[in-house]
Design a protein around this ligand. Sequence first.
Ligand SMILES: Cc1ncc(COP(=O)(O)O)c(C=O)c1O
Length: 424
Amino acid sequence: MEQNRKEFLKKLGSGLIVAGMPSIALANDRTSIDTNDFIAEGEATDEKFWKKIAKKYYEVADDHINLENGYYGIQPKPVLQAFQKNVATANKQAARFARKEYPAIAAAAKKEVAAFLGVADEEIIITRNATEALNIAIQGYPFKQGDEVILNQLDYFSMIETFRMLEKRGAISVKEFEMPLLPKSEEEIVELYRKQITSKTRVILLTHVSNINGLIVPVAKIAAMAKERGVDVMTDSAHALGQIKFSLKELNSDFVGMNLHKWIGNPVGAGILYVKKERINEMKALFGDTGAAETSINKLAHFGTTPFAVIMTIPTSLAFQQQLGIERISARLHYLKSIWVNELQQYPNVEVVVPAGFSCAIASFRIKHKTAAEVADDLFKQHKIFTVARTLGKDGCVRVTPSVYNSADDVRRFVAAVKSIAAS
Ligand SMILES: Cc1ncc(COP(=O)(O)O)c(C=O)c1O
């Protein structure tokens, strides 16, 4: 996923990208992507730059502050407009469009996703979400009876559930360990996984970015260690794509599930499964398709009727993402998180649950003597700030995820609100 913004702008100027990207060619859109808006440096602390982007490109509710962007991302206006137009096209042109024109449009969108990720388009399929992508990988993996899978409490519950289901059916056994909430180094994390491996271990589930405390695990290092021992890693990058910079190839993980509707800003209903080319042959399909070659990733993608407009909008979402650039996005998200983490870490009765050096937008906290659900409720009812309570230990935690359209002031209002709740 090499996202070189300057290179992108150069191509855009030469018209190379306009040809393949309906978003930018949509001259009649009420808000098209104006490349001039993205020329400034846009430092993480440059409120003027980010306010301008927020005002022009995002329409957000003004009756509350949304700090729960980890669920799904708000579509920037050009993306929403492209989506609405795509919905109208698929509706008006109906079956003729879906049968005759859509297949080529979907194939082109898939090619763009593959280019964006820096992998071959024969190595990816577009799914409805990361859960579906990872289910195809987990349930399609050629486990043998007695194989062991390693996971931990910070992994996403849907993936844990799928492995547990396979265990219940007698296919595998699951070994769950406790990941420390505040690991001190990447080496500590690699070592934790290394210690869990036995002669029976076949797969390690890695949650690239935790949805609970935001922990970013060193996927490439763990994968290298695991591969030396003949163990595969399956990577859940649902929260990584679009939030942090990484190269899919360099992750060295042969099976990766991702989302386009969290940090890429696509309409809800699009995920990606990556399977390294050499590994496709051994995968079993979850949805039957004996017509597809065993070596083709298409054998994993017999989905039936899919959401046309959601998939048609992907190139526009990628175009907007590339305009902002992953470095800028990540730096801004990290900065917004740091504002509240630095303040609340010092505050009595508040426990911040985030490994600050290994996280980006996502972080969580708890208030002593209150449950996470009570705190999230108070934040909304008393202060009109929306967050979410997540399961973590006895009292859970409140997860906070700002997005690029949030201002530093939004976050400061949140800090003041937590202080008042903690003091009450
Ligand atoms: C770490 C992680 N993995 C997977 C998912 C699943 O994403 P989706 O519900 O879009 O399939 C989520 C959703 O929040 C997540 O946080």
